[in-house]
Design a protein around this ligand. Structure first.
Ligand code: MEV
Length: 282
């Protein structure tokens, strides 16, 4: 028996961190993701894991096996061959850790096992808001707010002509960053930045142009301390040329900031200022 399942990545337009504190956020599915094929072979005593496409090395294979172990039902381990075909940049704000949970759950347990997949997501990504899981599971643009049913949003998508810039892997993992922001959430500047990000979501819902909203959102992310210095400089240059940009996802305090979404600026102009970072046209 062979089963194949897919889960996309995600792009958060508005709401990073604020969604953890009950503010609304908007995210859309990415066009790339992870495809998992599961071939059950009962005669095999083990689970063979094959990873193709964008590789994450030992760390990601260990992570995949941890997810598989958490998905085991009735104490019956999985025997067979699991192939992950990954097109998603890893640990760069595009929801790779959640996409792996969902694609593995769908391949191993079947397509409708949302509760089981969510339990694993909460075990491997403690402190998460639920936004990544919701948009990757639904594969639709979503308005998400903790405690409410997510709804499909119909806003003009700012992604046509947008460019993703890969600024590298942050040194910190998302749960660590979320815990750090949580520990400072009552400091006036942090509380205000979280409120600003929540307000950015409302502005997008009211139909305001993404380019203007994006600038305010980016400044609030900087206040939270999750946009590394080199990424702030890059975004300043993008703004200097009339564009707007923000980190998508958790960002980082040092190392890279993951993917940056840039709008209102052409590839040519970006090439001049974004070196040595690589780019992905949407
Ligand atoms: C990570 O993709 C988004 C954060 O808001 C964390 C979360 O919502 O779980 C930083």
């Amino acid at each position: 028996m062979k089963q194949t399942a897919f889960a996309p990545g995600k792009i958060i337009l508005s709401g990073e961190y604020a969604v953890v504190f009950d503010y609304p956020g908007i995210a859309v599915p990415a066009s790339v993701g992870m495809r998992v094929t599961w071939e059950e072979q009962l005669k095999k005593r083990t689970l063979v894991l094959k990873w193709t496409g964008i590789k994450g090395g030992k760390e990601w294979e260990t992570y995949a096996r941890k997810i598989v172990d958490l998905l085991v039902e009735d104490g019956k381990p999985f025997h067979g061959t699991l192939t992950v075909k990954n097109d998603l940049p890893l640990q760069k704000g595009m929801g790779s850790s959640t996409a792996l949970v969902i694609s593995l759950a769908r391949a191993l347990l079947g397509p409708g096992k949302r509760t089981e997949a969510l339990a694993v997501e909460n075990a491997v990504n403690p402190g998460n808001s639920g936004l990544d899981f919701a948009v990757i599971w639904e594969q639709k643009p979503l308005l998400f707010q903790h405690g409410k049913e997510p709804t499909v949003v119909d806003i003009p998508t700012p992604l046509t002509g947008a460019i993703l810039i890969d600024t590298g892997k942050p040194d910190q993992a998302t749960p660590e960053l979320v815990a750090w922001v949580r520990s400072r959430k009552d400091e006036p500047a942090i509380a205000e930045a979280l409120e600003t990000i929540g307000h950015c979501t409302e502005r997008l819902l009211e139909g305001e142009d993404f380019r203007a909203v994006c600038r305010a959102h980016h400044r609030a992310q900087c206040t939270l301390g999750v946009v590394p210095h080199a990424v702030q400089t890059l975004i300043q240059r993008i703004e200097g040329l009339g564009g707007s940009a923000k980190v998508i996802g958790a960002g980082g305090t040092s190392g890279g900031g993951g993917m940056v979404l840039a709008v209102g600026i052409g590839q040519r102009a970006l090439e001049k200022i974004a070196a040595p970072f690589s780019m992905l046209e949407l």
